[in-house]
Design a protein around this ligand. Structure first.
Ligand code: NAD
Length: 360
């Protein structure tokens, strides 16, 4: 298969980790008889330096013309970089928000997976870490409280702030369909998280999820209140497969889920629209403290590339091969600095990319 991938290396460690992910994609293409063509685009601080703005219309159009986007991370040191002296809408992050919006990326996927070899990094009790976990947090990204009308006003002399949480049935249905589709590629279980004992928007959420579930008889599903879910994530994370939830709950729960894996350098993410198109990026930032030192962990970006293969290209075998190669190098004891422990082999960012590519 021939596919075109828009590549946004970005700032800080972005270029280093994306280069390693491309190395692994190229090896995968060679092994499985595909050809990947890359269109390298600027976004974030590097685009401010080159074009005066964090995102150009040309970058948006070229990203849209590709089959998927692979991204590093953008931004610099927020205390010292001149990019942060600019008005908010001219800073690196404004480019990312605009790109997500322009591409209509409404479904955010964040896997939280605890590798057996890294269970010492898990902050949970040893007996919970021992059981391991492998879940996908699926968060609605373009609706709900963060996009509703808001105002701050004086009511009877008292300053009062209001935010509104709105979802319509179409917004709920499209993300629910995505979650059940993804569950079909995994262990076929969906936990839909809401606050239906209080919120109307959650009651509608439940109703629509139940309608969608009827089309997926092989997938078991349950509803869980968000407060209970926050507790269950630390008590028994192994019970979860796909966790489906609205924007704000997903914001909080996905950070909690990533925290219990213990390592930001390992966490992939994807944002999808209603076609096969998606933007794939590591969950962490541009790590200016270690940028340019060949020290960053490229695994989050390599696993994001695996998600790209699985969800945008339907290349499940190829994605399995990348994920298996990552598991193998961890088993063989290769570690970048962030996940290093005694007795393991310390490698650089590029060496980690090399050993993973060699294991495809
Ligand atoms: P960060 O995630 O960049 O760094 C936090 C800590 O994690 C640092 O110690 C860093 O060295 C470490 N770390 C992160 N990724 C790593 C990796 N792959 N390998 C090894 N260590 C890694 O968060 P921050 O310091 O709060 O933010 C730095 C910049 O990144 C800011 O400009 C912020 O706005 C930006 N940011 C961008 C994105 C994005 O592009 N989507 C996301 C978050 C933050």
């Amino acid at each position: 298969m021939n596919k075109k991938i828009a590549v946004i290396k970005g700032d800080g460690i972005g270029p280093e980790v994306v280069t390693e992910a491309m190395k692994v994609l190229d090896k995968t293409a060679e092994k499985f008889g595909h050809s990947f063509e890359y269109d390298q685009l600027l976004m974030g601080g590097c685009s401010i330096d080159a074009n005066g703005v964090p995102l150009t219309d040309e970058t948006i159009e070229k990203a849209k013309a590709a089959d998927a986007v692979l991204m590093g991370s953008i931004g610099g040191n927020t205390a010292t970089s001149p990019w942060y002296k600019l008005p908010a809408d001219k800073r690196p992050e404004a480019g990312l928000l605009k790109l997500r919006k322009s591409l209509n990326l409404f479904a955010n996927l964040r896997p939280a997976l605890l590798y057996g070899e890294l269970k010492d990094a898990c902050p949970l009790k040893a007996e919970i870490a021992e059981r391991g976990f492998d879940m996908m947090i699926m968060r609605e990204l373009t609706g709900g409280l963060y996009f509703g009308a808001r105002k701050t006003e004086e009511v009877d002399g008292i300053v009062t702030a209001t935010d509104t949480l709105t979802y319509n049935e179409n917004e709920i249905r499209r993300i629910a369909v995505r979650a059940f589709d993804i569950a079909m590629k995994r262990r076929k279980k969906v936990t839909s998280v809401d606050k239906a004992n209080v919120l109307d928007s959650s009651r509608l959420w439940r109703k629509i999820v139940e309608e969608v579930a009827k089309d997926y008889p092989e997938v078991s599903y349950e509803h869980m209140l968000v407060d209970n879910c926050a507790m269950q994530l630390v008590k028994d994370p192994a019970q979860f497969d796909v966790v489906l939830t609205e924007n704000m709950f997903g914001d909080i729960l996905s950070d909690e889920a990533s925290m219990i894996t213990g390592s930001i350098g390992m966490l992939a993410s994807a944002s999808l629209n209603d076609t096969k198109f998606g933007l794939y990026e590591p969950s962490g930032g541009s790590a200016p403290d270690i940028a340019g030192q060949n020290k960053a962990n490229p695994i989050a970006t390599i696993l994001s590339a695996a998600m790209l293969l699985r969800y945008s290209f339907d290349m499940d075998k190829e994605a399995d091969a990348v994920e298996a190669a990552v598991a193998k190098v961890l088993k063989d004891g290769y570690r970048t600095g962030d996940i290093m422990s005694e007795g393991m082999k310390l490698v650089s960012c590029s060496e980690m990319g090399d050993v993973i590519a060699a294991n495809i």
